[in-house]
Design a protein around this ligand. Structure first.
Ligand code: M6R
Length: 369
């Protein structure tokens, strides 16, 4: 049932192009508009929303962090993302004009369930983004957008994450479409790009052998740091989480702009630092800033592992290891940038002799608070 793969995780990483395509299936019509029939919150209600709050845990929380960039950009609605386990304990400000989005692969995560119950008690509408048909979270929500990743068996979430991203983009674009925004042309262009993104994920998967080789050489390291900016920041956090849970290594993700506010003190000779580089097109200021960050850490001895778009030549002189990803619109980059980090963590775990599908101390769904 592992389909010839040694681990479910490897199988699920390989299934990502299909999972992404399946999650888009039937949701974009011939004219390039979104038809999210499942979202049974009437357009009239969605037009009255004045704030979006996302609640989730772990990897799903990272998808939520990325969704915030997309929702705020395309809809101009303020969006907060909160760890579900913290949410209700701080007496959050919620009302009928708040749209709460609960993201969960299993649909059974107790922290997320308690957060959405709290939101509904305050009169907010709750939209679930979920991978498991008929599970508790969608049953208790006002509406649900299912991710079509298929069953995810490995404890470390991979294909569920990519499909959560797709679902989040769809919701962001749909809110933009329903509410009308000045980004109409951009939205149409992004919908087009989304339709072909599964192919880009497939291409990344075809180039992972050097990442595996690199991971094997790092098996005896104690620490790996991850840096990113903008949507690359949650990707860095996700890369670090994967490495912690699978390789049992100390791994931390930082927003690259924070380096000089503390983390740069951690940089020492031969410390592996993975850097997710934003596109040089689009928000090019961020690109240039992160290139100087790479220079700074390399000058202090770090071993730089750079994930950068094809054609981005500016990073070449400072990359000890360069991982190429296809060019995508800025906001969609996490769909391709996360894949090498999943492969990296899986291979490191294997090299360290760890149980990939069932990491120690972890359960696939966390049904206690
Ligand atoms: O089922 P959920 O998406 O609600 O699960 C949330 C987290 O427990 C989950 O993403 C966890 O962080 C994964 N093991 C990460 O790989």
């Amino acid at each position: 049932e592992k389909g010839g793969y040694d681990y479910f995780m490897l199988k699920e990483i390989a299934e990502q192009p299909k999972a992404v395509a399946d999650t888009l299936l039937g949701r974009i019509d011939g004219s390039g508009s979104l038809t999210l029939d499942e979202v049974r919150i009437p357009p009239g209600v969605l037009r009255e929303i004045d704030k979006v709050v996302i609640v989730a845990c772990g990897t799903a929380f990272h998808a939520g962090m990325i969704a915030k960039y997309a929702i705020e950009h395309w809809t101009r609605l303020p969006c907060e993302v909160e760890l579900a386990s913290e949410f209700r304990y701080r007496d959050p400000i919620l009302d009928a004009q708040t749209l709460v989005i609960a993201i969960s692969q299993s649909g059974e995560t107790m922290d997320t369930l308690m957060a959405l119950r709290h939101a509904r008690e305050q009169g907010s509408k709750v939209l679930a983004i979920c991978n498991t048909n008929g599970s508790t979270i969608p049953r208790e929500s006002d509406a649900v957008l299912y991710t079509h990743a298929g069953p995810e068996v490995a404890v470390a979430s991979t294909k569920a994450f990519l499909t959560q991203l797709v679902a989040c983009y769809l919701v962001a674009l749909y809110l933009g479409q329903v509410r009308g925004t000045k980004w109409g042309d951009e939205i149409r262009a992004v919908i087009r790009d989304l339709s072909s993104i599964a192919g880009a994920v497939e291409r990344v998967l075809g180039t992972m052998e050097p990442v595996r080789e690199l991971a094997r050489t790092l098996a005896s390291k104690k620490t790996v740091l991850f840096l990113g900016r903008h949507v690359g920041y949650p990707v860095a956090l996700e890369g670090a989480l994967k490495l912690k849970e699978l390789a049992y290594m100390h791994a931390e993700g930082f927003a690259a702009g924070e380096l000089k506010h503390g983390p740069i003190a951690l940089i020492e000779e031969d410390l592996p630092v993975v850097v997710v580089v934003p596109s040089p097109r689009g928000r090019s200021v961020l690109h240039d800033k992160i290139v100087s960050n790479i220079q700074e850490i390399r000058a202090r001895g770090a071993r730089t592992i750079v994930i950068a778009e094809e054609g981005d030549e500016a990073v070449v002189p400072y990359a000890d290891h360069l991982v190429r990803i296809p060019a995508t619109p800025t906001l969609l980059q996490p769909l391709v940038a996360t894949v090498p980090l999943q492969v990296f963590a899986c291979e490191l775990a294997t090299a360290r002799g760890n149980e990939v599908d069932q990491p120690r101390n972890l359960a696939k769904s966390v049904t206690v608070e």
